[in-house]
Design a protein around this ligand. Structure first.
Ligand code: FCA
Length: 352
C-alpha cells in the first residue's frame, strides 16, 4: 500500500473537520476585539497615567517673594504636567498638618520654606514616614544638634555674595553722593537665628568695611519678626539711641528688612536725600520704586524667586519621576536693581 493517497487524503479530511472550529475561533476573536474597544481596558488606562502630585509649602505667603516663588512653581507645573498643591505654612502646627494632608492626597514629594528651621527633624520624620521626597528652599533645616540637615537637598540664594553686593551698592551710592563717613552711620537690621539671613547681613558689613567705611559706625539692630513691622521697630530703637547722625546707610536680609528701616528714618524726620536703603530679593519693591519721587529706598539686589522655585519644582519632579536625586546645594545669583532697571528685570521674569 502506497502511503501517498492516505497522506493526501488526510489533510483534505482534516480541513473539512476544522472549518466549523475555525469559524467559531474567528467569531470569538471578533467578539473579543469588539469588547476590548468598548470597555476601558488596561491598555487605555496606561495611555493616560495619573499626574505626579507635588506640594510647595511657604512660610510667609503674604510676602511678594513667596508669591513670586509660587508663580515659578506654577510655570514648572504647567511645563511638566504636575499637579501642584500650594500650602501656606505660617507655623509649626500648620506645617505638620500640611505634610499629613499631602500624604493623604497622594502627593509624592514637596518643596518647603519652613516657618522655623528648628522644625527640621519633625519635617524630615514626617516626610520619611509618608514616603514623600523633600527639598528645602531659602531656609535650611536644622537638626537637633543645631547643624544643617545636609541630606535634604537645598536651593537658595548665594547669601554671602548677594550680601556683599548689597554692601558694595551702599558704598558706591554713598560715594556718588559725596557723603563723608564722619557724618554717616549704617543701620543693619539683622535676623541672626536664620543662617541665610546672618550670612547676608555679615557680608553686607564685611563689604562696607572693605570699602573703607569705619567699623565703629556700623550698627546692627535685631528684628523680632522678618517683616516690615519687625524691621521698623528694630530700626526705630537704634535711631532713638544714635543722635547727631546726618546720613544713614540702611540694609537688611531682605527687602522688607530694609523697607521697615527706611520707614523708621522717615518717621524720625530724615529726608530721602540723607538715606540710602538697599534691600535683597527685589520682589517686594515694586510699589516703592514706582513712587514718583525717590524715597530713601535706593535699590535692591535682585535674586529671581520665580526661577529659583521653578528649578526646585523641576528638580523634585525629576527625582520623583526618574529617581534622579537633586544636587545637595543649588544657589542662585543676584543682580543690582535700582529705579533705572527694576522694570526690565521684573519683566524678564514675567513679574510685570
Ligand atoms: C528668607 C527670607 C525671605 C527671602 C528668602 C529668600 O526666607 O525670610 O524673605 O529673603 O529668604
Amino acid at each position: 500500500m502506497r502511503p501517498a493517497p492516505a497522506l493526501r487524503h488526510e489533510p483534505r479530511h482534516s480541513m473539512k473537520l476544522s472549518r466549523p472550529l475555525r469559524l467559531c475561533l474567528f467569531l470569538a476573536l471578533v467578539l473579543l476585539a469588539a469588547c476590548s474597544k468598548q470597555s476601558p481596558g488596561p491598555a487605555n488606562s496606561a495611555a493616560a497615567p495619573a499626574k505626579i502630585k507635588l506640594g510647595f509649602l511657604v512660610k510667609q505667603p503674604e510676602e511678594p517673594w513667596f508669591q513670586c516663588e509660587w508663580k515659578g512653581a506654577d510655570s514648572a507645573a504647567a511645563k511638566y504636567g504636575i499637579d501642584l498643591i500650594k500650602i501656606a505654612v505660617p507655623d509649626g502646627e500648620k506645617t505638620l498638618a500640611a505634610i499629613d494632608s499631602l500624604a493623604a492626597n497622594g502627593a509624592q514629594g514637596f518643596v518647603i520654606c519652613t516657618p522655623d528651621v528648628r522644625l527640621g527633624p519633625a519635617i524630615v520624620a514626617k516626610a520619611r514616614a509618608a514616603h514623600l521626597k523633600l527639598i528645602t528652599i531659602d531656609d535650611r533645616l536644622l537638626g537637633a544638634d543645631g547643624q544643617f540637615i545636609t541630606e535634604v537637598p537645598y536651593i537658595g540664594m548665594s547669601a554671602t555674595r548677594i550680601g556683599e553686593m548689597s554692601g558694595r551698592m551702599l558704598a558706591a551710592e554713598m560715594q556718588r553722593r559725596g557723603w563723608s563717613a564722619d557724618h554717616t552711620a549704617a543701620c543693619i537690621v539683622t535676623f541672626e537665628e536664620l543662617a541665610t539671613g546672618r550670612e547676608r547681613t555679615d557680608a553686607i558689613i564685611a563689604a562696607l568695611k572693605a570699602s573703607g567705611f569705619p567699623a565703629n559706625r556700623i550698627f546692627k539692630t535685631p528684628q523680632k519678626t522678618t517683616d516690615i513691622p519687625g524691621s521698623l521697630d528694630a530700626a526705630n530703637s537704634l535711631l532713638a539711641q544714635k543722635s547727631g547722625i546726618e546720613n544713614w546707610l540702611v540694609a537688611g536680609l531682605n527687602d522688607s528688612g530694609t523697607l521697615g528701616a527706611v520707614r523708621a528714618t522717615e518717621g524720625q524726620g530724615f529726608k530721602a536725600a540723607n538715606v540710602i536703603g538697599v534691600g535683597i530679593g527685589g520682589t517686594d519693591v515694586l510699589d516703592e520704586l514706582r513712587k514718583p519721587s525717590p524715597t530713601g529706598f535706593h535699590g535692591s539686589i535682585y535674586a529671581s524667586a520665580p526661577q529659583e522655585a521653578f528649578r526646585a519644582t523641576e528638580l523634585l519632579y525629576f527625582w520623583v519621576k526618574d529617581g534622579i536625586a537633586p544636587p545637595p546645594d543649588t544657589r542662585i545669583d543676584g543682580q543690582p536693581m535700582t529705579r533705572e532697571n527694576f522694570e526690565k528685570l521684573l519683566k524678564a521674569d514675567g513679574l510685570l
